[in-house]
Write a protein that binds this ligand. Structure first.
Ligand code: KIV
Ligand code: ZN
Length: 386
């Protein structure tokens, strides 16, 4: 590890913010299977659910607390005494438990959701943190809709909850509204204006409504946050949450940031497929890191480059994320280099003249079908009359 490299904690909320999406609901045994894999993957914090929300979720948090070996197990609550009592109970078997409590802090949440005032919101927030603290040492406070909360008020409430015992401050861009520069500045503002901030970790929790969740989380850690809340495949409310695999690989591919995570990246593809299959939530083929096309090359120019040297068109070694190898896909846009490469892989070594003949025949077939597979190649070669 490079001298001054720092770790960013990965807080996985696949089983809470991810699982609450319609269609993603899991039965309790599948929730346990995924929790076990997230623990294996190396997430620092595993948000197992929202215990007060249903008896099933309470049970899931309780069972996950018994099962998980390394990650901290976290349960979500509102700033409501009963929520916190139930969460503490569900987490009682966890080796390391965290209660995640909080309240809306933006003007619209305070006025329309709570019909309250900023002062009363601070009172509720500090009371909730103090109550959670009576059960566990590790208390995370979320300022819901922090993305649209005035920075001065946000700093005020953060300072008050740190005083009440919060160990982590979650700054959610709940509606996915912020621009990266804006979100980064918000974190910087808190670092510079909250008394006692060195006693807490700032956490990024970004939603993807404008496709900026990953960029905003990275802006957050560049400005001093040291935890990212994310989900496998970026699943979550509406357009989803920050995608775990993306932030992990961004930090790993950019050592100049001097930030890394403890995630075992070789397990990323497996974990992605497990979550996708369990939730019947397909991963888009062009999804960064784990999509089916993330390491597939189909145009002739790119294929030629990759065959000569993989790094010409790939910035990540596929093996680093659990993909066996890059793929050279044969379509009507492929060139001779790709055809020769794929033919060789199945035992046909073609010289230049042979390749020209086979390529002509290949294009005739490729114009008719989407993709040429290994099983089509022998027929194409035979039909080329070499
Ligand atoms: O998006 C959000 O604000 C949340 C909080 C409950 C942490 O998910
Ligand atoms: Zn969220």
């Amino acid at each position: 590890m490079i001298n001054n490299m720092e770790f960013v904690e990965i807080f996985d909320t696949t089983l809470r913010d991810g699982e609450q999406v319609p269609g993603c609901k899991l039965d309790s045994s599948t929730k346990l299977t995924i929790a076990k894999q997230l623990d294996e993957l190396g997430v620092d914090v595993l948000e197992a659910g929202f215990p007060i929300s249903s008896p099933g979720d309470y049970k899931a948090v309780e069972n996950i607390s018994k099962l998980v070996k390394n990650s901290k197990v976290c349960g979500l609550t509102r700033a409501v005494k009963r929520d916190i009592d139930v969460a503490a109970d569900a987490l009682r078997f966890a080796k390391r438990a965290r209660i995640h409590t909080g309240i809306g802090t933006s003007e619209s949440h305070i006025r329309f959701k709570f019909n309250s005032s900023p002062e009363k919101i601070i009172e509720r927030a500090t009371a909730a943190v103090a109550h959670a603290k009576s059960y566990v040492e590790d208390v995370e406070f979320y300022a819901e809709d922090a993305g649209r909360t005035n920075n001065e008020f946000l700093a005020k409430i953060c300072q008050a909850v740190i005083k009440a015992g919060a160990t982590v401050l979650n700054i959610p861009d709940t509606t996915g509204y912020c621009l990266p520069e804006e979100y980064g500045s918000k974190i910087k503002y808190l670092k510079e204006n909250v008394k006692g901030i060195h006693n807490a970790i700032i956490s990024c929790h970004c939603h993807n409504d404008l496709g900026l969740a990953t960029a905003n989380s990275i802006a957050g850690v560049q400005n001093g946050a040291r935890q990212i809340e994310c989900t496998i495949n970026g699943i979550g409310e509406r357009a989803g949450n920050t995608s775990l695999e993306e932030v992990v690989m961004i930090l790993r591919q950019h050592p100049k940031l001097n930030l890394d995570t403890r995630i075992k990246s070789k397990q990323l593809l497996y974990t992605s497929q497990l979550v996708s299959e369990s939730m019947a939530m397909p991963v888009q083929p062009n999804k960064a890191i784990v999509g089916a096309n993330a390491f597939a090359h189909s145009s002739g120019i790119h294929q030629d480059g990759v065959i000569k040297k993989r790094e010409t068109y790939e910035i990540i070694n596929p093996r680093d994320v659990g993909v066996n190898e890059s793929s050279i896909v044969l379509t009507a846009r492929s060139g001779r280099a790709a055809l020769a490469y794929r033919a060789k892989k199945i035992g046909y070594e073609l010289d230049k003249l042979e390749l020209d003949r086979v390529y002509e025949q290949f294009l005739i077939v490729a114009d008719k079908i989407k993709e040429i597979g290994d099983k089509d190649l022998p027929d194409i070669i035979k039909a080329s009359n070499l």
